[in-house]
Design a protein around this ligand. Sequence first.
Ligand code: DC
Length: 217
Amino acid sequence: MASPVVIALDGPAASGKGTLAQAIASHYGFAYLDTGSLYRGVAYLLLREGEDPWDEAAAAARRFSLEEIAGADIRTREIGAAASVVAAQPAVRKALLDFQRNFARNPPGGAKGAVLDGRDIGTVVCPDATVKFFVIASPEVRALRRFLELRDEKPGLKEADVLADLMERDARDAGRSDAPMTKAPDAELLDTTHMTIEAAFAAARRVIDGVLQRCEG
Ligand code: DC
């Protein structure tokens, strides 16, 4: 049996990689894994249990299943920040690695491919991915996108605070020693600063279709 197609999307928060990854998965009928939700899940459970996300031993010990966080609101600013802290801890990354690799090798539901988005998919989790993208956008545009997503829930929220959060998170995610966020040398750079989601998706599809045609031919 042919090995599954693996599409890797990495990049900073609110770069558009999640929306793009879902559109790609749905178009090609591939399974989708938002790997950030795994780190957010660990952070959510630690915070709920009154543990400190900076405490490496507590974070590493907190194994969980996706069912345990089903329905939980893990997309908040606080959990995003705590997820970035737990994600810098090597023991946490190690504990989550097999699940991600297994998803890519055996996409659920018999899908012929998997789409994974995160920070280290093209570099560490799936270095042999069929197609890799590194999705970026200017910090100001990313802050505006995240602000628009969050402002209904948080009426007092300021765009400047969202920008400060993103900058802090980028620095931590790119500066950690274990699996830092970085572009794989063979990843396509996709700058979505001035792109609609439709344009970004069309650009990604051109790259993927080209690679898939070469693989089949
Ligand atoms: O993509 P996100 O904002 O949901 O991710 C939350 C945090 O998880 C992010 O700040 C860094 C971490 N993360 C990671 O280190 N590696 C991944 N593959 C995905 C997320």
